[in-house]
Ligand binder design. Structure first.
Ligand code: IMP
Ligand code: MG
Length: 177
């Protein structure tokens, strides 16, 4: 292992299997509901979303928002920063938010509230990872790939200060180190 190489948490094969399972479940649950809007939360969700949508068997479109709560630190800021809005008019449409990880849940909660206020007919959410910690109901994800401990994870789209996003596995770094 290189000095700053993240330690392995979830390998690429397990991620691939789990993403395929999530895509099947989402497809089953949304069959016959019309076109689903897949809303990726950049930047962290770009790898997960790319794999997930290729497993979907229901009609869908893809759009993105860029939200930021951390900047380059690992301590959550109070407010979610809206960096780039989606292009789609969500009024009357079913939406599935796709994010990399739910931590405090403030990003998910804020986004759900905004989408409902814009008239989305339903809002569900899917995250690759969920950190084990207490969270209000509106900050939970409907579909979760893996429950993990409260550690800082990188890889498969996730970063630490912009680094490690392209790793094919999910690894752990020590944010202080
Ligand atoms: P929340 O709003 O506290 O749930 O944080 C969610 C957002 O923070 C995610 O979309 C990630 O961008 C980022 N984040 C939280 N924990 C981690 C982590 O361990 N690694 C990388 N990014 C994280
Ligand atoms: Mg994010």
């Amino acid at each position: 292992m290189l000095p700053d190489e993240p330690g392995l948490l979830i390998d690429a094969a397990r991620i691939e299997d789990r993403v395929a399972e999530l895509a099947s479940r989402i497809s089953e649950d949304h069959a016959g509901n019309g076109e689903l809007l897949i809303l990726g939360v950049l930047k962290g969700a770009f790898v997960f979303l790319a794999d997930l949508v290729r497993g979907l068997t229901v009609p869908h479109r893809v759009d993105f928002v860029t939200l930021s709560s951390y900047g380059d630190s690992t301590t959550p800021a109070d407010a979610v920063r809206w960096v780039h809005d989606l292009e789609t008019d969500v009024s009357g449409k079913p939406v599935l938010i796709v994010d990399d990880v739910v931590d405090t849940g403030s990003t998910l909660g804020h986004l759900k509230e905004t989408l409902f206020s814009r008239g989305a007919s339903s809002v569900k959410s899917c995250v690759l990872l969920s950190k084990s910690k207490p969270r209000a109901d509106d900050r939970q994800a409907d579909y979760v790939g893996f429950e993990i401990d409260d550690v800082w994870v990188v890889g498969y789209g996730l970063d630490h200060a912009g680094r490690h996003r392209s790793l094919p596995y999910v690894g752990v770094v020590d944010p202080a180190g």
